[in-house]
Design a protein around this ligand. Structure first.
Ligand code: HEM
Length: 232
């Protein structure tokens, strides 16, 4: 009998991910698998959203791929710097921040997502390989294959949201960033700081609180879609 990992009817949502039986999703079994298993693979689930964001079609992508796919403006599976720029503008970031984000993000992430070893001067980011550009000193809410890890997401709030159980103040956010730092991981510190400060800047409320729902929404990219709609 063929083992689970050899069954050709199984498909991975992250083709580059190491293949083991449990990491594969048998598309013909989708209806029979326990809901939390499928949801965890492709949706940002938490205690208030056991099936992830309502109405969001994962299109077979991991949660990290969904985060990045918002910036793939022409949906060809590649994010070029000008698409990162357009995406940043679409969510309301000003010209200067959008330009800086486009250059820095594509410069930092392009190479690790390429399919070959020759760097491309156009700095493309391949959405299917985005899990390869994960860095250290983060919250670990994305696992190394770009899936959403609900327990790590809960930890953000159970550990650091002291003032309000479902929101972070700027001080609490900075405490989290300091606690997440790995030894001598200077690049990881800078990446994490930039990601979270940018999120705080675009999503904080009038009281300066970063709400749990905004944080969950950034993980699966639904926050970006909402901000774009609001602006339109
Ligand atoms: C305004 C735009 C963006 C914001 C606010 C943002 C924010 C975030 C946040 C808060 C995280 C979670 C980090 C953690 O769990 O500690 C994250 C992770 C990530 N983002 Fe973004 N992001 C943005 C745009 C982008 C773009 C354009 C790309 C690439 C095309 C990208 C790629 C990634 C990757 C690869 C990760 C995983 C990093 C890791 O956990 O190691 N992001 N982002």
């Amino acid at each position: 009998m063929a083992s689970l990992s050899e069954d050709p009817s199984l498909e991975t949502y992250a083709p580059e991910a190491p293949v083991t039986g449990l990491r594969k999703i048998n598309t013909s079994l989708q209806d029979k698998l326990p809901k939390p298993y499928m949801a965890r693979a492709m949706a940002a689930v938490d205690k208030y959203h056991p099936s992830g964001t309502e109405g969001k079609d994962s299109k077979g992508m991991s949660v990290l791929q969904q985060h990045v796919s918002f910036f793939d403006r022409n949906k060809d599976g590649i994010v070029y710097p000008w698409e990162t720029f357009q995406g940043c503008r679409a969510i309301g970031l000003n010209l200067f921040i959008s330009f800086a984000a486009a250059i820095l993000i594509n410069l930092a992430l392009s190479y690790s997502t390429l399919t070959g070893w020759i760097p491309s001067p156009l700095l493309p980011i391949y959405v299917k390989n985005i899990h390869k550009s994960k860095h250290g000193s983060d919250s670990d809410t994305y696992d190394t294959e770009g899936r959403f890890e609900p327990s790590k997401f809960e930890e953000i709030f159970s550990k650091y949201a002291i003032t309000n159980p479902d929101a972070l103040t700027l001080d609490e956010l900075n405490t989290m960033l300091r606690s997440n730092r790995n030894l001598n991981d200077f690049m990881g510190w800078i990446f994490s700081l930039s990601e979270w400060q940018l999120l705080y800047y675009i999503a904080k409320d009038e009281q300066g609180l970063l709400h749990r729902e905004a944080v969950r929404g950034v993980y699966d990219g639904s926050l970006f879609e909402q901000l774009e709609k609001k602006r339109a």
